[in-house]
Design a protein around this ligand. Structure first.
Ligand code: UFG
Length: 328
């Protein structure tokens, strides 16, 4: 199938492209390289461009005869979205609309959308199922929730079919060592811990120690990026097989606190990692843990790297061999 992956040079996108290409799909990547990396493109054909450039998007979809789109291009830093909501709404909504309209114009009707656990906000109950109330605590989560609403309306009006994948905390790196996580600035817990272990940072800051959790730090459900990537392939296959539009949570169903992640990383690297306590970070819910039963049942999704230490080990292998990331 001819598949367009927006944001395919980014952390999750590059892993998705690898899985799709390996399954025999013909992949075109659209990425403005604002956050992605040319060196993260190990298969498929990269077109450097922006979703804001509507004529480019329209031309690309038509010229390439794209049959399905996997849409990952977005801004995704929770604390930044709190202070710069306009950036998140413009990019995640307006650029997304350009894509949808270009899809309609070219007759492309299948979309897999990269959504997030941040749509739920502070959950009333965990593990979180897909029909849990959605009350995002930050503009990032809100932008993704609004886009899901747009997708439903485009389905009703125009017959677009979509699967929205609500990721919990993506972590880890390609087990074959080709791809990894390189953000600038880095804000995510696992890479920050491992960069500290490498001596690239002086200490990990633990954001908030007074949350209503057993050790006072935030609990998250960490999911291996290659397991996430696999779910996109399954979603694409499901749409092609005639599946109706749906939303799926993707996580391992087990939560770990910031302190527990730090301890697991210390076991993986085999030495203590310096950490200091710091105030809460704005926009962070206390606990996010997924129920992914629906994805398992309906898509046949089975995580292969569910163990937190395995997730961290794959990331550690990459960071050790790429201390400067992709080096661009
Ligand atoms: N944290 C620290 N110190 C750090 C970095 C993070 O204590 O230096 C804490 C955060 O406060 C949070 C946890 O570690 O409690 C995880 O933080 P991340 O920044 O790694 O991930 P988030 O949970 O904020 O966000 C990630 C993705 C979002 C997605 C969200 C859904 O970045 O896109 O998961 O849970 F929406």
């Amino acid at each position: 199938m001819k598949v367009l992956v927006t944001g395919g040079a980014g952390y999750i996108g590059s892993h998705v492209v690898k899985v799709l290409a390996r399954a025999g799909h013909d992949v075109v990547i659209l990425d403005n390289l604002g956050e992605g990396h040319r060196r993260a493109v190990v298969s498929g054909r990269l077109v450097v461009g922006d979703l804001n450039d509507r004529p480019l998007v329209e031309e690309l979809l038509a010229a390439e005869k794209v049959e399905a789109v996997i849409h990952l291009a977005a801004h995704s830093i929770v604390p930044e979205s709190v202070v710069r909501p306009e950036k998140y709404f413009r990019n995640n909504l307006v650029s997304g609309l350009n894509l949808l309209d270009a899809m309609l114009a070219s007759g492309c009707r299948y979309l897999v959308f990269s959504s997030t656990a941040a749509v739920y906000g502070e959950p009333e109950r965990v593990p979180i199922e897909e029909d849990h109330p959605t009350l995002p605590t930050n503009p990032y989560g809100e932008s993704k929730l609004f886009f899901e609403a747009i997708l439903r309306r485009y389905e009703e009006a125009h017959g677009l079919r979509f699967i929205s994948l609500r990721y919990f905390n993506a972590a880890g790196a390609d087990p074959e060592g080709e791809l990894g996580e390189d953000h600038d600035p880095e804000t995510h817990l696992v890479p920050i811990i491992l960069q500290t272990a490498l001596g690239l940072r002086s200490a990990v800051r633990i954001f908030g120690t007074d949350y209503p959790t057993p050790d006072g730090t935030c609990i998250r459900d960490y999911i291996h990026v290659s397991d996430l990537a696999e779910a996109h392939l399954l979603a694409l296959n499901a749409l092609r097989a005639g599946k109706h539009s749906s939303i799926y949570n993707l996580g391992n169903g087990e939560g770990f606190s910031v302190r527990e992640v730090l301890q697991a990383a210390e076991q993986v690297v085999g030495r203590p990692i310096p950490a200091v306590e710091a105030p809460r970070r704005p926009g962070d819910p206390a606990v996010l843990v997924a129920s992914s039963e629906r994805a398992q049942k309906e898509l046949g999704w089975q995580p292969r790297y569910a163990d937190l230490r395995v997730i961290i080990s794959t990331a550690w292998n990459w960071h050790r061999s790429h201390p400067a990331g992709y080096g661009d």
